[in-house]
Design a binder for this molecule. Structure first.
Ligand code: PLP
Length: 426
């Protein structure tokens, strides 16, 4: 088959727009008549800086990111951000406590040993990171925090499996979340790619208070960013890998409230963190270092940033109302696919609860004929033969998963819905 024959529903990496790839292919050979390809130019060149700055500005424009937020490009992947969020926000928490204790103990003249002793006590008593676990990816983030810090500091504030027979598929009512007082962070995953569970909106229990204070909210938006509006100012940090809705694999974006950058996280010093038996981040996971260097502390793949930039330019030129335009299309596409599944309850079972169904990863089982696994094999074979590919569910949960990212056109969603319909009737 050729590209034109295929609608690819894979969960990530996702398909990219063909025109973006055609431009990028040329840029790989010769970028703007320089005789050198974009992956060969120095990341320190003016040309590279322009690509970074334009992509940052276009992302800020498309998502309406306020001026008191910094956008950085990293290479950590979503998985690296599980660790980076822990390191950086624990550092920021310690820095705040350190400043408070110094003030309590007499300011500049405070005895250093007494400060460290008081700080150590406070860390042991009060340091908590809260995790809302609603699927495989937030579970991994929680486990990474436990691995890096030790279980005593990590609070499983909610576990969706406890309300759904040990499986993911629901989001526990916010009134049951066991949130800590002044947690270093409250973490959740906005869209669970494996389980097809998406937060319908920002969880109101985490909203900032009228005086502007509030919980330090971190969200993983790897698989739904750029598909709906985001109330950025409710977050201290949000992050996403590029490989689903933004671009190709290799670059990860973090959007961070500037007040969490210098001087808060440069303090405390590595020596102090060692005295507190808390981990020190590898330098390439330190947000303020990357931010200070405009994402060029070390060699960044400018090609990946370029692709992301081209995708953003395409989105900005397609939707006059920016992400709100894409949001309407994403909703329409997922409505069409879910409606086709719902029309045949004897054949299809949608996995997650209706209230938390993902618009991006549509997870279902094909129960026709009783033998689910065999029927799904036939479903996959026949859909593939019609050019509808990448529909196999994640290896950990099985079933079918249609990833409805931005690169799936409305016609692609319609074609899948027609196939779902025809397969049920056959
Ligand atoms: N978070 C979510 C929601 C994901 O879907 C993924 C990967 O699919 C990750 C994190 C991990 O990202 P990476 O493979 O870039 O580390």
């Amino acid at each position: 088959p050729t590209r034109a024959d295929i609608t690819y529903f894979g969960a990530g990496p996702a398909a990219l727009p063909t025109d973006v790839l055609e431009t990028a292919a040329q840029a790989l050979l010769d970028f703007k008549g320089t005789g050198l390809g974009i992956a060969e130019h120095s990341h320190r060149s003016e040309l590279a800086t322009n690509i970074i700055n334009e992509a940052k500005a276009d992302l800020a424009s498309y998502l309406d990111i306020p001026a008191d937020y910094e956008v950085i490009f990293m290479q950590a992947g979503g998985t690296g951000e599980f660790a980076a969020s822990v390191y950086n926000l624990v550092g920021a928490w310690v820095a705040r406590q350190h400043a408070a204790i110094v003030a309590e103990l007499g300011g500049a003249s405070a005895d250093e040993a007494a400060v460290v002793a008081a700080l150590r006590e406070r860390v042991q008593k009060d340091l908590k990171l809260d995790y809302i676990v609603t699927g495989g990816w937030s579970l991994k983030a929680y486990q990474e925090a436990v691995r890096l810090l030790g279980p005593e500091y990590v609070n499983l504030a909610a576990d969706a499996r406890t309300i759904n027979d040990g499986k993911f598929g629901k989001i526990p009512d916010q009134s049951t979340w066991k949130l800590s007082k002044d947690a270093a962070l409250v973490y959740y995953c906005d869209n669970e790619t494996v389980d097809g569970v998406e937060f319908p909106e920002f969880p109101s229990v985490l909203a900032p208070r009228p005086d502007g204070t509030g919980p330090i909210v971190v969200a993983d938006m790897s698989s739904n960013i750029l598909s709906r509006r985001v109330p950025v100012s409710n977050y201290s940090l949000l992050f996403f890998g590029a490989q689903k809705n933004l671009g190709c694999t290799g670059v990860t974006v973090a959007v961070i409230k500037k007040s969490l950058l210098p001087p808060t996280t440069v303090q405390p010093s590595p020596a102090l963190m060692r005295k507190l038996a808390l981990p020190i981040p590898p330098i390439m996971l330190q947000y303020e270092i990357i931010a200070k260097n405009n994402s060029l502390y070390n060699t960044l793949s400018i090609f990946d940033v370029y692709i992301a930039g081209q995708v953003l330019k395409k989105l900005l030129s397609t939707y006059a109302d920016k992400v709100a335009g894409q949001e309407a299309v994403s909703q329409k596409k997922s409505d069409i696919i879910y409606a086709a599944l719902e029309a045949h309850p004897d054949v299809y079972r949608i996995v997650p609860d209706k209230t938390v169904r993902s618009r991006m990863n549509i997870c279902f089982r094909v129960t026709k004929n009783g033998n689910v696994d065999e029927t799904e094999k036939v479903f996959l074979k026949e859909s593939t033969s019609q050019g509808l590919t990448g529909l196999k569910g994640h290896r950990s949960v099985g079933g079918i998963r249609a990833s409805n990212y931005n690169s799936i056109p409305l016609e692609g969603a319609q074609k899948l819905a027609q196939f779902i319909e025809a397969f049920a009737k056959a």
